[in-house]
Design a binder for this molecule. Sequence first.
Ligand code: CAA
Length: 698
Amino acid sequence: MTDKIAYETHGPVAVLRLQNPPVNALSQQVRQGLSDGMDRAEADDAVQAVLIVGDGRAFIAGADIKEFGKPLTEPNLPDLCTRIESSPKLVVASMHGVSLGGGLEVALGCHYRVAQPTARVGLPEVHLGILPGAGGTQRLPRLTGAQKAVEAITTGRHIKAAEALELGIIDRIEEGDPLEVGLAYAQDLLSQGAPRRPVSALPNLEGIDWDATYDNVLRKGRGQISPATAVRAVQAASELPFEKGIKRERELFMELMNTDQRKGLIHAFFNERAVSNLPELKGVDPRPVQTIGVIGGGTMGAGIATAALLSGLNVVLIEMTDDAATGAHKRIAGNLAGALKRGKINQEKHDALLNVALEVSQNYDSLRDADLVIEAVYEDMDVKKEVFGKLDAACKPGCVLATNTSYLDVNEIAASTARPADVIGLHFFSPAHVMKLLEIVVADRTAPDVVATGFALGKMLGKVSVRAGVCDGFIGNRILAVYRTAADHMILDGASPYHIDKVLKDFGFAMGPFEVADLAGLDIGWATRKRKAPDRHPQERVPTYIDRLCEQGHFGQKTGEGYYVYEEGKRGGTPNPKIPDLIAAEQAELGITPRDFTDAEILRRYMCAMVNESAKVVEEGIAARPLDVDMTLLFGYGFPRYWGGPMKWADIQGLPSVLADIERYAAEDAWFWAPADLLKKLVAEGRTFDDLNKEAAQ
Ligand code: CAA
């Protein structure tokens, strides 16, 4: 026995209690302990049944993800599940909290399953780039039928106990201490003389149209291969005897284990958690936050207010005029109605949020009790300073004063107040109640407990919070500006925006960069180009063809015309025939002979520009670690999760090849493609971006 499993007997029932906090992941020691425990129980003639139960907050959250990518160690999980199932004694699982992945597979290896009403089960492996590899694809469908199993496995969703009972995944729901509940159930089964009931012995399931299902899941996965591969594994459960099916499952599992997508998805899993784990926050208590103020009730302000309300905070929203206040109230009401419709809140909660927790006011004095105030007004330094002047006068001492600016200098804003240590940037992404990313912009004089408060707020709101330093665009928008420019350069040189959009969607982005530009509004880029014009480097290439469209009042989706033309009532747009002519005119003016671009070259240039700027952002300390850039792009910019982020993508490609391409491009445009020193250094030292992440974690 290992010390991860406690063995005890209660009358005729041997109990194997998992003790591997926080979530009883199935590490080698846990697997060994379970196997030893089964041996011991079987060797004891007084034992008639075995109960498997977890200590702490969960039954078992799955395989130990930290072991992925390392050499496999015995006993392996599929063998363990089979070993449990083939026991001559009756085996029962008592499940509480989550039973996920390998955790559910262990339970499916048991002969009977009882769960708490609050328990959740699921096979979420596809989100880690793999498939259930310990019999899950073979046993689950034998209980639920093929269609339901395919749905559960390809979505990886958590299934609540009541539904799990309905689907036949569990046999009983019982509230109480999981050990007591499990013992009572085991005793009950023994007294009824219930037989052993191995799921693998259940008959093969009915077939479905496997090829159509595979194609459908592949299409929905937008390039992610694990869900579609899982369909083939369930197909094996339908077409092969159990022993052969499980072999097929193992082959497919190992195939996926060796993919780059698995590496990217696991990088995303751990770093989504590591990103808010910063040494500077250790031992620093955040200031308490119960009431927040929001200045400005446009789309952004209303979104922030909605997110705060839904997280249980009180909100005081300030608008300037009656009309604006009414508009803000309407926007928030609309957002909350959406939450009600989707079942996130019930009617009573909805009414309380809208009528009690929210106050819309035109008077800054209403902010007197606010613990934190976020301004989301027009992006103009003078306007921001005026707002901060008013906040300085109205807010109580210790109130955190935050700006939602997406590029303005937070140091300058802070310096305009009498309390710069209380000032921070909290950069939300629109719509703020939906988008997961929050950039926490730490200015030179921001106090440590104000930074901690920003992260605590992010956690309350369910955001992925990333620490950023002050520069134009912080982490995300600064990098975006550069890879967008790389795309613009390709257009000047002959690529079409539609080709670029297609290549990037094939790579896994939900939308192409020019579709995004149309959605965000072309006027934004136009204003940025004008703003940056005075400081422009003489060697900078800035295409202006799209400004001609803006000059005619066409700003993308909101005006019905941009890179694409949008017809009322139709989803998506069609290429705007004016665009090629505008591009051709600029090319002629600049004396450029357009050339062809392959898909591969478009992707490589776009990604190399992204990686090079990301490296500069890390080198300058704007991002604390490469993983901060990865999470920013993943959660704020639609970067495909299965690549793990641009820096993980670069590691997977091999940094020497990325640097070589950047140097090759630099031969054409030395100013734009100047390689980042950090990239050169890592290549010289034979290291990766992920090595920097690991160093930072030590
Ligand atoms: N292996 C290793 N560590 C795990 C883990 C796992 N399967 N699941 C969670 N953890 C760790 C987290 O990294 C985190 O560690 P830190 O505190 O050091 O950051 C800690 O447990 C708590 O996790 P969360 O912060 O996520 O806590 P939560 O309460 O918000 O969520 C959870 C708990 C629902 C279990 C969530 O962590 C989760 O979804 N985990 C992944 C579950 C999963 O994908 N299981 C399948 C694994 S693959 C498998 O089992 C394949 C197979 O058949 C071989």
